[in-house]
Design a protein around this ligand. Structure first.
Ligand code: NAD
Ligand code: IPM
Ligand code: MN
Length: 355
């Protein structure tokens, strides 16, 4: 029995999570040994506005204790300009459960969806290892003399030897295990002379342990350029928290947009992981049956694979490929289906492919 905590969140998070769960359930119908049990969670903007509850630490820890994975939609709502509930739900979960690997595959499934000229599925197939517990995201800092002409705002970047080493090592281990020959570490050590000096030094030490893997370093500004010019040069990229956030939206664009990009937040040494589409709550299209659910559905494939159900994840990936081949897609991919129309196609496809 796989126990999955489902947190739809806000906006299109709710719409795409429903599709992800329906697709998993359809697969479970035809594969009786796939047993799924859900715990639905109503954390999000509505709850925060109603009773001030974001995602309390003790509730998160208890949920993580009694489940095998968390399936998250998206959080963020214009009615909560501070983004406080979203910070608690996403960032505090990454920090609190020490999910230090944010694994974000960027894989183009069909050349039609790539904005780059003459690039196809063989050219865009890389995985980003984004550091997920440190960097500029920890909230260390403060504001002095707020609202005055003398205001000072400090946002510190945390880079620990342990934190940097474990994400770089995770990227190399992944490359080693999956037969990837190239790892690129990206930082900004030319400008960030302390925080990213440690990245550079630790990377050299770890890279030396993997002589069979071609190690490369690029400053992140050059990486952004090279990903557009020569995406085929990249197999595994490892980088810091903020750079990973930015680079993976670029990566999402190369694979057909945010509606295609899946992600996993994991701690390889612990059990629980959190799986979520890379996109946000998209208030501009929320509630209109326009959201592309593929990123969320692809995140369920990552989740099942990480829980040892490799073949089940593969069926979901085949169903996605079929939807693309048959143009059973939302308007962002040039199709004319709604979110629910794509759901119906995928549910039917996994039933057939999984039987
Ligand atoms: P966003 O990812 O929500 O949307 C960016 C653009 O991409 C929008 O035009 C949107 O319509 C489009 N888009 C996103 N997902 C799509 C999908 N599945 N199908 C079709 N189009 C899609 O980013 P944003 O607008 O900058 O942020 C909106 C809110 O979401 C903010 O509150 C932000 O903080 C939050 N956010 C949350 C997460 C998360 O929960 N993981 C990630 C990013 C942003
Ligand atoms: C993401 C999101 C989050 C991040 C936001 C919502 C805090 O953009 O998961 O990519 O920056 O990590
Ligand atoms: Mn992001």
């Amino acid at each position: 029995m796989l126990r999955i905590a489902v947190l739809p969140g806000d906006g299109i998070g709710k719409e795409v999570i429903d599709v992800g769960v329906d697709v998993m359930n359809a697969l479970a119908e035809v594969r009786p040994d796939l047993k799924l049990q859900y715990e639905w969670l109503d954390y999000g903007a509505d709850r925060y506005l109603r009773d001030g509850v974001g995602f309390p630490d003790d509730e998160r820890n208890a949920i993580a204790e009694r489940n095998d994975a968390i399936f998250l939609g998206a959080v963020g709502d214009p009615r909560v300009p501070s983004n406080e509930h979203a910070r608690q739900i996403i960032l505090e979960t990454r920090f609190g459960l020490d999910l230090y690997v944010n694994l974000r595959p960027c894989k183009l499934l069909d050349a039609r969806f790539c904005p780059l000229k003459d690039k196809g599925p063989d050219d865009v197939d890389f995985t980003v290892f984004r550091e997920n517990t440190e960097g500029l995201y920890t909230g260390v800092g403060g504001i002095f003399k707020k609202g005055t002409a003398d205001e000072v705002a400090i946002q510190s970047s945390i880079n620990t030897r342990k934190g940097v080493e474990r994400i770089i090592r995770a990227a190399y281990e992944f490359a080693d295990k999956h037969g990837k020959k190239r790892v690129c570490m990206s930082d900004k050590s030319n400008a960030l002379r302390y925080g990213h000096d440690v990245w550079m030094r630790v990377w050299k030490l770890v890279a030396a342990e993997y002589p069979a893997i071609e190690s490369r370093h690029l400053y992140v500004d050059v990486l952004a350029m090279e990903l557009v010019r020569h995406p085929e040069d990249f197999e595994v990229i490892v980088t810091s928290n903020l750079f990973g956030d930015i680079i993976t939206d670029l990566g999402a664009a190369l694979q057909g947009g945010l509606g295609m990009a899946a992600s996993a937040n994991m701690n390889p040494e612990r059990g629980i992981g959190m799986f979520e589409p890379v996109h946000g709550s998209a208030p501009d299209i929320a509630g209109q049956d326009k959201a592309n659910p593929i990123a969320a559905v692809a995140s369920t494939a990552l989740m099942l694979q990480s829980l040892g159900r490799t073949a089940d994840g593969a069926v979901i990936e085949q169903a996605i490929a079929l939807a693309l081949a048959e143009n059973a897609t939302t308007p962002d991919l040039g199709g004319n289906l709604g979110t629910r129309g794509v759901r119906d196609f995928l549910v039917d496809a996994v039933r057939r492919l999984g039987a």
